[in-house]
Design a protein around this ligand. Structure first.
Ligand code: G6P
Length: 542
């Protein structure tokens, strides 16, 4: 493969430019032009440098073994996927690593390829790269990195971006590039078949080794034109399910139908409509790269956010009575009551961020607190039995297992068995999230960064509630400030990535939601860099 770069053509970029591409434990940037005000920040040479840096990082981490290290690379349906795939492959070659291209794949399948033991599929891969920007608009793209220990965390991503900046500086050293490229190879493998047959077997096993345990079930899938279309033909149909009425299974990186995101209202409306129109037993929806999912029962009720967590908790607590369920911070009080009082488990409400939740579950197990499920309201979820793999498709497999085993045991068919499992979950009448932006350039910041400013706001809100007898601070809380009052609660916290303070409010009436909003509005009003217009809209009626 020819190098596409010449140092003369490269824009000059330094470490800061590279570090700007970090988004928590992912790398995200703009890969194509087309959106005004969003210049390309992830061009091919930058991508090449990042992949070369991952290669270096991997060589440093893994002890030299008997064979050359290899990295599997997959992508979602984005329009920039092919260009970035080639750039990633060249970059890995620069570091002298073998490349195994999987083509269209899901994020969990990429992680899985670091665990699969099958030389015929060039597995296990020593590292894996997924080219994706999840549900973000068509012009974005990015990378997630894996080894057999799981997804890379923030510290390693920073290390890789710093290495990439150095590599980028020396990119004109063609001799170095050439000598290393000659020792590496690029192969194409159809790995998704290996991954999907694992999912099929898991459901068959749960149904006492029945070959087609979903025979007669009608299940529709909505892949939002992302990478999840495989689930209908490669998982559900081999298990005997009818999938007619499934929609947006074809990959299309312009996402012409709806955003592939179970947190998006129009996406959930689309799958709900498909279930009702087709009189299906169940609907399943994925995000672009299939690490998140949600479902809809035959009556059109969503298993999403707290209801999805409740359903998975019920399934997991049947298998592991008393175990701890780890969730993100924006879960409802009703969910805690459901997990603890109805299911007899323990709810550990931790921080936002799928990696935080998974790492916390692993930590709890290591200190002797048994946990099998780490799950976020966003639809990210991981199970201990599945190597703590953050996998939207596997979450749906757990639901299918329940359907299949209930039917095999003669306990009815359809999705009622699932709906019954969440019976008793109290749901708030009003649930909203307002995202209050911090203007990073506002003079009120007085030289501190937006995070410190956000912390000051949180501290101030915290002080202001002390004297209010209607309010009670959550006794255990790991993120921001969570307060109960007026029959509901609010959580104000710093966004994981953005200069934003997300405010979640849940209440039993609009009036009570407004009262909670007013508490926050009053406390934050002196912070001039905070855009509280959304709060003003909410509280205007008071
Ligand atoms: O903190 P926020 O801005 O709400 O974002 C939080 C979200 O960020 C990313 O999308 C992560 O993939 C999610 O796991 C996380 O929940």
């Amino acid at each position: 493969m020819e190098a596409a770069l010449s140092s003369a053509a490269l824009p000059s970029l330094d470490k800061t430019d590279f570090l700007k591409l970090q988004n928590g434990s992912d790398i995200r940037g703009v890969a194509v032009t087309g959106v005004e005000g969003e210049p390309v920040s992830l061009p091919e040479p930058v991508t090449e440098a990042i992949a070369a840096a991952f290669g270096q990082w991997l060589l440093h981490k893994k002890k030299a073994g008997s064979r050359q290290l290899r990295v599997s690379v997959g992508h979602d349906s984005r329009i920039s996927a092919q260009t970035l795939l080639e750039a990633v492959s060249r970059g890995l070659g620069v570091s002298g690593l073998d490349v195994v291209q999987f083509g269209l794949a899901s994020t969990p399948a990429m992680f899985n390829s670091t665990l699969t033991e099958d030389e015929a599929f060039l597995c296990p891969a020593d590292g894996a790269i997924m080219i994706t920007a999840s549900h973000l608009p068509y012009n974005r793209n990015g990378f997630k990195f894996f080894t057999c220990d799981g997804g890379l965390g923030k510290v390693d991503i920073k290390d890789i971006l710093e290495r990439a900046a150095d590599i980028y500086k020396n990119v004109s050293d063609e001799n170095l590039r050439k000598s290393q490229r000659e020792t590496s190879s690029i192969k194409k493998i159809d790995y998704m078949g290996v991954y999907t047959s694992g999912l099929v077997k898991a459901v068959q096993r749960a149904a006492g080794d029945l070959v087609k345990p979903l025979e007669g079930f009608h299940i529709v899938v909505d892949a939002g034109n992302g990478a999840g279309g495989f689930f209908a033909a490669k998982v559900l149909e081999p298990l005997g399910a009818i999938t007619s009425g499934s929609q947006f299974l074809e990959p299309d990186g312009m996402f012409p139908n709806h955003i592939p995101n179970p947190e998006d209202k129009s996406a959930m409306e689309a799958i709900t409509k498909a279930v009702l129109d087709n009189k299906a037993d169940l609907g399943i929806i994925f995000d672009t790269d299939v690490d998140r999912s949600a479902a809809v029962d035959s009556t059109g009720r969503e298993f999403n956010r707290n209801r999805l967590i409740a359903l998975l908790s019920a399934i997991v607590l049947e298998e592991h009575p008393g175990t701890t369920i780890v969730t993100d911070s924006v879960t409802s009080d009703g969910l805690t009551t459901f997990i603890e009082k109805k299911l007899g488990g323990k709810h550990h409400r931790f921080k936002r961020g799928y990696k935080n939740v998974i790492d916390e579950a692993i930590r709890l197990n290591s200190v002797g607190e048994e946990t099998h499920l780490a799950i976020e309201t966003s639809g990210h979820g991981a199970l201990k039995e599945n190597h703590w793999l953050d996998d939207g498709a596997y979450l749906m497999v757990k639901i299918l297992n329940k359907l299949a085993s209930a039917r095999a045991a003669g306990k009815g068919s359809g999705s009622k068995v699932l709906t019954d499992l969440v019976d008793g979950l109290e749901e708030p009448r009003v649930a909203l999230e307002l995202r209050l932006k911090i203007d990073k350039n506002h003079p009120d910041l007085e030289g501190i960064d937006f995070r410190e400013y956000g912390e000051k706001v949180l501290q101030h809100v915290s002080n202001s509630i002390e004297t209010n007898p209607d309010l009670k601070r959550a006794p255990v809380n790991f993120e921001g400030i969570r307060v109960s009052g007026f029959g509901g609660w609010f959580l104000l916290r710093l966004s994981l990535h953005d200069p934003v303070l997300p405010l979640n409010i849940e209440a039993q009436s609009e009036d009570d939601a407004v009262k909670l909003g007013l508490v926050v509005a009053t406390a934050v009003k002196e912070f001039k860099a905070l855009d509280n217009s959304a709060l003003s809209n909410l509280t205007r009626s008071a």
